[in-house]
Structure formats: structure tokens, C-alpha cells
Design a binder for this molecule. Sequence first.
Ligand code: ADP
Length: 408
Amino acid sequence: MVLGEHVGGRKIDTSAAIHLNTANTLGYTERDRCAMLAELFSQVSERDVETSRLLASIVESSDDAIISKDLNGIITSWNKSAERIFGYTAEEAIGKPIAILAPPDRFDDMPGILDQIKQGRRVDHYQTVRRTKDGQLVNVSLTVSPIRDAHGRIVGASKIARDITERKLAEEALATQAERLARSNADLQQFAYVTAHDLQEPLRGISAMSELLQRRYAGQLDEGAHELIAHVVDSADRMRNLIGDLLKYSQALNAGEIQPTKVSTKTAVQWAVNNLKQSLDESAAVVEIGELPEVQGDMVNLVLLFQNLIGNAIKYRGAGPPRIGISAAAEDQDWVFSLADNGIGIDPAYHKKIFGLFKRLHPAQYQGTGIGLALCRRIVENHGGSIWVESEAGKGATFKFTIPMEVS
Ligand code: ADP
């Protein structure tokens, strides 16, 4: 084994070599194995036949290229994986300068590595590009350690090169995908905002003209015509609600707009209750507000969140007056908020679906746009939390969401 020629100096720790051989089955990461092997090379210092043989078997069976070179950069050993990764056989590589592996634009980094070695320093997980015999480029992670002679003098370097081409390609594909996704999200946001915003103008026209028609021709139109006009006004109203909700949703999509400050969730709930005063009074609803914490968040969005949840508890009420309980409890690193009602409840089959955009369970019986819960989910996620519902049909619903105690 060629490496044996450089095994001089201190005695190698045989148990460490055996440990390394079994490290894979002991659950060590590849990175650990690499570091252990590098450490072994730095310990190899005496011609110990048994240890050399053991080390030789590790080197030959390694998936990584293991190469040694002298201080002039001349290759002195070359294992099977080096042959597999770089294409040169041991006969072709040994005696040649290590620079045969450098792509033209990477000649510069080799002297730097050798300088580190000459100073007795190890180079760990240095990511670079090397060239194979047939000119292909491979991404490698290098760990290079000094080799010492019997007197402790540095006489060469051992190099472990891991082929990380596939990992690099996967990383690049992931980054490209993330970038594309971010771009299409931003486009979608912009599109939703512009569409909703620009739709308001003609809609205002439809509403105004229908009302004018109703007023100006009040005496000349028959019952049927008035009914038709009422339908137009009603449709325009619904569309206005839809557009208003869409606008709120597209604004909430823009996570960058949230500037977290210390917010009292109790105040947010009180604002929401105040905004809903009329429908709370009309339905004779009772709202019980427990102890609620301060969180890092955005007041306007949190009011919107509570307002949607309380509004739904009123809208989807059962036979009796709505009872709504709002509370929060600390759990691990989160505040878990819960908003329980005694309304019509939700079949578990729909617990996930209702948080999707435009998802409505009773479009005929109740008015709505199907945006409220999608908006709630956005707001909670923008605050770093998650939202879900616990319910059964006919047994009321409890909406729960988390907000982290600490903003990361
Ligand atoms: P909208 O109320 O405009 O239809 P949401 O997104 O707020 O839209 O809610 C989606 C659906 O979830 C509703 O259509 C309703 O079927 C159901 N839902 C929401 N809140 C409750 C609740 N508190 N009790 C029962 N069902 C609810």
C-alpha cells in the first residue's frame, strides 16, 4: 500500500481505526467519518504493519477519494474511489502533480492549501471544483491533513475528496425552485391586488346607476322591474364584499408588511368586539374574554383575525344565542389561543378544507365570500403560527391558533 510509505512518526491508535471502520453502523455522519479519518492520518507515524494493513483496507473501501501528496504537490498514493471519481488509475496518477486535477480557473487554490499544510494546519470541508481525466468538472468537498515523519516534520498531505456534485445539483435546483416560487407569489399578489382594486371602480358605477334608475323611474316601473333592479343592487353589494375581502387577503399575503411590535391581544379582541357590536347585539351574543397575553405582532391584522373568527361564530350560530369563549394558554414556546362557540359545528371531513380560499360549506344558507378563514390562516402564518379547528357537526366549533412567544 502506497500510503504505508508515509506512515512514520507517532504510533497510530488502532482502536480508532477499528472504530472508524464501524463508524457507519454506529450512526456517525459522513462528516464525522471524514474528520475521524483525517485525525487518523495525522496520528499515523510509525511503521506498524498491522495498523497499516487496517488503514489500507479502510482507505481502499472508502467511498471518498483518498489521495496523498508530497510537499511539492506530487501524488504519492491514490485509492480506488479516486480512480472512480477522477478517472485516472493509480499508475497514471502517482508521480504526477496534483495540479492534473485542477480546472484552469482553479489553479490558484492549490498552493493555498499546500501552504496551510506546511504550517501544520488541516483544511476541513473545503468546497471546490476538480477536473476528471476526460475533462469533466466535479464538485468536491476536501479535507486535507498534514503527514509527518518520525521526527514530526511535515512531509506531505493526505487528502480526502468527496464527490458532492449531486448534492450541489440538488441544492441549485432547490434554490432555483424557491426563487421561481417567490417570484410567482409576488406576481400573484400584485395581480390579486390590482384586479381587486380596479374592479371596484366599475362596480361603484353599477351600484350608483341602479340606485339612480330605481329613484328616477320609481313611478314608471312595475313591480317586476323593481325586483330586477334590487337583484342588481344585491349582486353588486356581494361583489363589493368579495372584492373588499380579496383586497384584505392580498394585503395579508404580503408578509413583509407586518412589522411586529408588542401588542395586547386583549385589546385586539376588544376592538374586534367593538367593530361587531351591531351583530353581537342583534344576535344577543355573549362573549367571554379570558386572560390574554401580549405578543409580538401586528395590531390591525390581529383585530382582523379575531373579527373574522368572532363574526363566523355569530354567523354560524345554532338555535340559541351565540356564546363565544376566548382564551389563551402557554404551551412550550407558543401561546395557543382558542375561540369556542356553540354554533352549528363543522364535520371533521371539512376541518382542513375550510381554510382554503373560497371554500364554503353552506353557500345557499349563509352569505359570505369564503375568504375569511383563508385570511385568518395567512395572518396566523405571517405571525409564525398555525391555525386549526376542533369540532363536530351540531356541537359547536373551537378555532385554535398559535403565536410564538419569541419572534425568531
Ligand atoms: P365565509 O364565512 O365567508 O363562507 P370563511 O372562510 O370565513 O368564509 O369560512 C369558510 C366556511 O367555514 C364557512 O362557509 C362555514 O361553512 C365554515 N365555518 C367557518 N366558521 C365557522 C363556525 N364558527 N362554525 C361553523 N362553521 C364555520
